[in-house]
Ligand binder design. Sequence first.
Ligand SMILES: [Mg+2]
Length: 159
Amino acid sequence: MRTLCKKYSWHEVMQRDIRDHTIILDIDGVLMADAESTIDPQIASYIATLKEHNDIFIVSNSFRDARCAYAAEALGLPWIDSPFKKPSVSILNYMQYDHAKPMLVIGDKLLTDGIFALRIGAEPVMLHRRTSPKDRIVIKLTYLLDDIAYSLVRLWYTR
Ligand SMILES: [Mg+2]
């Protein structure tokens, strides 16, 4: 749980020089803000570097399939289109990955990405969420709930 307390920027993730991992990558709030429809070139370039030394899979809880397909296509990564949503461990049954490699989950939400990482024995890499003032209200609400949960976890582990 303690690993959930730190939040990273993409720049910090790159400084870590992550190699030989299986990486499960989120889309919303990570690659794109909810209201954005394209991936920032700088983020795309970070992913391209990360991809050189790691196996990366896109796993999103979004119901917008076209968006997931776009992200996968734009980054040249496989999108795991399963009927399950994070934090369900059943998602792994839809992934063909090297079980010998340590796993890492890059996401922005504690309640989905964070819990998913802990359940599958992966290291959670929680990112500072990418947002836009134009994000939908319902999405902003889920962010608020997640941030409250995040604050509680942080309070518990840093006191
Ligand atoms: Mg997200």
